[in-house]
Design a protein around this ligand. Structure first.
Ligand SMILES: [Zn+2]
Ligand SMILES: [Zn+2]
Length: 246
């Protein structure tokens, strides 16, 4: 895809670093027992950990947590407007009444268009439902699609991924040949692998793939063909455990 100078200038604005004032911290529980309890009863902790007020994220929470930096919804929208006042998004699927179709996890795939360039994104509210959760899903999807444009990409690249200390992946020889599998199957394999090894969810994979595939104008994780996905899987295989670029 060849971009005009005008498009390039608009998309460059998306990649500008966000000021520290736009960056917030979201707590991520690192103890599986605490996480399970917190799901049923927010703030509940296991026998080994206690809850206390955290100066960093401002939450009363199990002490067994790390922080995930993220840019708030308002700042994301502000940045999109700065880059292209005519930016827009649409859901990938609509039902018979024209409403966006959410998947069984309550997540939503969207197409974000800025300066005439479109990228897919996926948002979720970690299984929560309701009107507030729906707004969170949309914000999350915009943030995720934005990462494929390089927006706030530095944030997830520098932070400590969850479950980084997970077990080593199987040796290369143990990985099955992928010739006969189609692109979707390889995408599934990559998602499992990246989750297990780096603690990456789909947004991180999307963003990492975009970087690896050459940034703007390149293939996205959602649309890449099997051979490219195969090469990406090999690339992940040779990536150091901290998920930094090899
Ligand atoms: Zn715990
Ligand atoms: Zn905290």
């Amino acid at each position: 895809m060849t971009l005009t100078d005008e498009q390039k200038a608009a998309l460059k604005k998306l990649r500008r670093k966000f000021p520290n004032s736009a960056v917030r911290q979201r707590p991520i529980i690192t103890c599986p027992a605490c996480e399970l309890l917190d799901r049923d009863q927010p703030g509940a902790v296991c026998a080994e950990h206690e809850a206390s007020h955290c100066e960093s994220c401002g939450e009363v929470f199990t002490v067994a947590h790390e922080h995930l930096d993220y840019v708030g919804h308002a700042h994301i929208r502000e940045r999109l407007i700065e880059a292209d006042p005519g930016w827009d998004w649409e859901p990938l699927g609509r039902d018979d009444n024209g409403n966006p179709v959410f998947d069984s996890y309550g997540g939503l795939w969207i197409r974000l268009t800025v300066a005439g360039v479109s990228r897919l994104g996926y948002g979720d509210a970690e299984g929560r439902r309701g009107t507030a959760a729906t707004k969170e899903v949309i914000g999350d999807a915009l943030r995720n699609a934005g990462q494929s444009f390089g927006m706030a990409l530095d944030l997830w690249k520098t932070q400590s991924p969850r479950r980084r200390r997970a077990a080593r992946p199987p040796a290369r020889a143990a990985v099955k040949p992928v010739d006969k599998r189609d692109a979707d199957a390889i995408r599934g394999t990559i998602r499992n692998y990246a989750s297990r090894r780096f603690g990456w969810a789909l947004p991180q994979i999307d963003a990492n793939f975009t970087c690896w595939a050459g940034g703007l104008g390149g293939e996205t994780f959602a649309t890449a063909p099997a051979d490219l996905l195969d090469r990406y899987r090999e690339h992940l295989d040779s990536t150091p455990d901290d998920g930094a670029d090899a």
